[in-house]
Ligand binder design. Structure first.
Ligand code: CS2
Ligand code: MG
Length: 395
């Protein structure tokens, strides 16, 4: 079997997504997700100009070798653009492998160790009052066992305003000192609203400095968070260690990591309890298996990044990883938005606090190219945060 065509499909049903379709001479094709919120076209160009020519004519079963060819063979090691492009192709190759073997992806990864996947959803709303009401409703009406809150910024809901054509990023103001007590109060009020048995995840979204994060964590650790996500930015590994040493709250980290080697200090130092890399950002399934195995060695669980800016293809890949990994912890469920399901079929669905999925060979998703063409790409940016003096803050 040989690859004869590689297509990139850029589409914007709810927001922008970038898909890869790799077609073989046997008629079997694979699909992958290379979406990179805010920089999709750069990834598409890398695939079209540089990576597709390397793939055409190759045996699709040589997945590891292709991964190394892109990672090491580029000489320049991967960043977000390269790793996302590599992921789109890597997923498509695993999909082809599954389809040609007639087996779902999880079977190729070693088979199931569980049948359903514990998940959490984002609590949204304009005001703190709305969010507290929604948290209680999620638990009462939808049966969620774990919910996720995010510190501050009303526009950090849903698609963050990236649904329109934009010529520059939306600017949101942020005063971290002022937000410390609001952040603490919000968590405690939600705990009171949902009761003791519901897991509460709190995403601080790299928005506070290490000392500020510690002041928040020390005040909420007694209210039993399921985990605190991204208390600090990933750039300085010692900041994470500093926070870790000062709190008993479980810590989840890693959606901005781009490789196994970036994860290494947090894993080998056991500074985290949950590793939540984004499978697209680390170069796909090939790398996710290695990172998961590394985390397992250190008793660290996985919580793969799964917001609504990755597509059902990535949610499906996460699901296959989750059911086949021993050290699964929890899965972020960003599968709820509507229009993307006109373009991509398949993928996990929510049921009573868990994700389940209909089983098909490969990843189990397909792309409707005509539907994708109905939703042309719209240039959009992730918002940025500025403090009152105008300086940029991590968003
Ligand atoms: C967030 C993301 O899901 C999460 O935990 O941190 O929603 C993140 O803000 C987006 O993926 C950015 O595009
Ligand atoms: Mg996050």
């Amino acid at each position: 079997m040989k690859i004869i065509q590689v297509k990139t499909i850029l589409t914007s049903p709810n927001q922008n997504y970038l898909f890869v379709k790799a077609v073989t001479d046997s008629g079997i094709y694979g699909v992958g997700d290379a979406s990179l919120n805010g920089r999709e076209k750069a990834v598409a160009d890398l695939i079209d100009t540089y990576l597709s020519p390397l793939l055409i004519g190759r045996d699709p079963e040589q997945i590891e070798d292709f991964w190394q060819l892109v990672y090491r063979g580029s000489y320049w090691r991967g960043g977000n653009i390269i790793m996302s492009a590599l992921c789109g192709i890597d997923m498509a190759l695993w999909d082809i492998l599954g389809k040609s073997a007639g087996k779902p992806l999880y079977a190729l990864l070693g088979g199931k160790v569980r049948s359903k996947v514990l998940c959490y959803s984002h609590v949204l709303g304009k005001s703190q009052e709305d969010k507290i009401a929604q948290a209680a409703e999620y638990v009462r009406e939808r049966g969620l066992k774990v919910i996720r809150l995010r510190a501050g910024l009303p526009a950090a809901n849903g698609t963050f305003g990236v649904t329109q054509n934009q010529d520059s990023p939306k600017i949101e103001s942020w005063n971290p000192e002022d937000e410390i007590m609001n952040t603490v109060e919000y968590f405690i009020r939600v705990r009171e609203a949902v009761g003791k048995k519901i897991g509460i995840i709190y995403d601080l979204h790299e928005r506070f400095s290490p000392d500020q994060a510690v002041r928040i964590l020390r005040r909420i650790e007694d209210y039993d968070p399921f985990f605190i996500e991204d208390p600090v930015a990933p750039d300085c590994a010692d900041s994470l260690r500093y926070v870790r040493e000062k709190t008993i709250a479980p810590i989840a980290f890693g959606e901005l990591y781009k490789s196994r080697w970036e994860c290494l200090p947090a894993i080998t130092g056991r500074w985290i309890d949950f590793l939540r890399c984004d499978v697209i950002r680390i170069g796909g399934i090939t790398e996710a298996r290695k990172i998961a195995a590394l985390a397992e060695t250190y008793d660290i669980k996985t919580a793969w990044h799964g917001p609504n800016d990755v597509s059902p293809i990535t949610h499906a890949v996460n699901w296959h990883l989750n059911v086949s990994e021993y050290n699964f912890g929890i899965q972020e469920d960003g599968t709820t938005d509507g229009l993307i399901h006109q373009v991509i079929s398949g993928g996990p669905v929510y049921q009573d606090g868990y994700l389940i999925m209909e089983e098909r060979p490969g990843i189990g998703c397909d792309i409707d190219e005509d539907a994708a063409a109905q939703y042309p790409f719209r240039k959009a940016y992730i918002p940025v945060c500025r403090q009152e003096d105008g300086s940029l803050n991590n968003w």
